[in-house]
Design a protein around this ligand. Structure first.
Ligand code: ADP
Length: 482
């Protein structure tokens, strides 16, 4: 039998302790699923504030970065079968994860370099049992914030004869965020000068590029995105580097936390339901209409959006489509926060049948997902996307831009074969979004049996982490040469 693996997963966010987007969900659920397969998984993330259950191990470690000696303290929680270690230091303890109303924190490079350095020592400092020489050990780094992990493993450990058998994987959740800094900052990272070329991109220092070059293997969150990031449109300047590393890039479709997202048990819902009995969904719709001050009308199609208000997410397309939706007698609910411009645009289109809810609320995200008939995901690009998975699981039909993971997860409804789980439209094209919404509304109103079929097929799909975890395990064994 193959030996169990030791996996150190490093991320800037992890649900439920810290979350901005889907990265946090993955960093929470993938370790649990891997542990369920018998592996020892250690999730490392910053301690942005005090967390219940995570106890102070009193263990510390010191790292020289940017001309300072920084002492971190490790907090530890063992939840289920997963060890969670939180790195504590004043530069990490902030209200926001990446920034505040003034924008990104100016010392993010220092903060995430410290996370990466400290993560390398975290399991050892806390006293967890680690295999000798890094045998059977994978460092799984998520996004640019942890992209120095593969570099530190290569440069500070393997190059010096320690943890020589350990391997690293960089998981890319979004190419748009790369961690770009000036050349002058390289000196602060505690790397020998010969590693500069690994990080250099167009004269600047690019942390994601460094991780792409240094990691033993690369994953991204859907097969389609694995292809897109090797094109000029999707690579955000790193497509050439990714083509170079093409043979080690693999897309693994994200799963969904099917315990947190289960309409049959969800504590945030006023009524529960499942694929056999959908009556509770109608109750959820009426309760949502009431909660948001919409007319309580079962016949009015309720169209929703949940997500960051960002150019990537294409919320502006939805804003443009709102007058048309209103003209069709549809109601609209938008839950999100982010760019002040988009928040203002949403406030401007608000009305008796259009309800923007600006802010972040997990419970409301559940109620919107359950209460709507249709969920729109109008992203310009979308590495995987979770809200369409949440929607399908909750019997809410997704209308999605045909990009990235949205293509891999939502199949187009075909009235002839009565197949498919939603509708696609051309990314960035409002008129095409309106056409797709028109098809969805027409089917909902005039072909209710067909619409119910779409609902049921979406609910019946298996979105759990079991398949992705098995794929990750295969990849990790390949990385280790097993
Ligand atoms: P991204 O990671 O690009 O933000 P994803 O679709 O992969 O997008 O993941 C977004 C996650 O964050 C989903 O779980 C979604 O339900 C949640 N989410 C996004 N915005 C909000 C919000 N305003 N309130 C609550 N949950 C939100």
């Amino acid at each position: 039998m193959a030996s169990p693996l030791t996996v150190v997963s490093v991320s800037a966010e992890v649900t439920p302790w810290s979350k901005v987007g889907g990265l946090a969900d993955v960093a929470a659920a993938l370790p649990v699923a891997l542990a369920g397969r018998g592996h020892h998984v250690i999730g490392v993330a910053p301690r942005y504030q005090e967390y219940d259950h995570a106890w102070d191990t009193q263990r510390t470690a010191r790292f020289g970065l940017f001309g300072q000696m920084l002492e971190v303290r490790y907090f530890h929680a063992r939840i289920g079968q997963v060890d969670r270690i939180f790195v504590d230091h004043p530069v990490l303890r902030r209200g926001g994860i990446y920034g505040d109303h003034n924008g990104s924190y100016p010392d993010n490079l220092l903060r995430f370099a410290l996370l990466s350095r400290a993560a390398m020592e975290a399991p050892y400092s806390v006293g967890l049992q680690m295999p000798p020489d890094g045998a059977d050990t994978i460092y799984l780094a998520h996004d640019w914030h942890a992209a120095l992990v593969p570099l530190y493993l290569a440069a500070r450990y393997r190059a010096h004869g320690s943890r020589t058998r350990a391997r690293s994987i960089l998981a890319i959740h979004n190419m748009a965020h790369q961690g770009v800094y000036g050349r002058g900052d390289f000196g602060g990272l505690d790397l020998e000068p010969r590693w500069w070329s690994t990080l250099e991109m167009g004269g600047n220092m690019n942390l994601l590029k460094g991780g792409i070059m240094a990691a033993d293997r690369l994953t991204t969150v859907s097969p389609r995105y694995a292809w897109e990031i090797r094109t000029a449109e999707g690579g955000f300047g790193l497509d050439g580097v990714l083509r170079l590393r093409g043979p080690v890039v693999q897309g693994v479709l994200n799963g969904l936390d099917t315990v947190e997202w289960d309409p049959a048990t969800d504590p945030h819902l006023p009524a529960r339901y499942d694929v056999r009995d959908l009556s509770g969904k109608a109750t959820c719709k009426a309760a949502l209409q009431q909660e948001l001050g919409l007319p309580v009308d079962p016949a009015a199609p309720l169209v929703g959006f949940v997500g960051r208000l960002d150019w990537q997410k294409g919320v502006d397309l939805l804003v443009e489509a709102i007058p048309w939706l209103r003209s069709q007698g549809a109601q609209v609910v938008v839950l999100g926060s982010g760019s002040p411009d988009l928040e203002d645009a949403l406030r401007r289109v608000a009305g008796p049948t259009v309800r923007p809810w600006i802010g972040f609320s997990g419970p409301l995200a559940h109620r919107v997902t359950a209460g709507c008939d249709i969920l729109v995901v109008p992203s310009r690009f979308e590495p995987c996307g979770l809200t369409q998975l949440q929607a399908m699981r909750y019997g809410t039909v997704p209308v999605v831009a045909a990009t990235g993971g949205l293509v891999d997860t939502v199949s187009v409804y075909d009235p002839l074969s009565q197949d498919g789980t939603g509708w696609h439209f051309h990314p960035g094209q409002t008129h095409d979004l309106v056409l797709a919404l028109g098809n969805a509304l027409h089917t909902l109103r005039h072909w209710p049996d067909s619409f119910r079929g779409i609902v049921r097929r979406g609910m019946a799909r298996d979105w759990s982490w079991e398949r992705p975890a098995a794929e990750y395990e295969t990849l990790m064994r390949v990385a280790l040469g097993q």
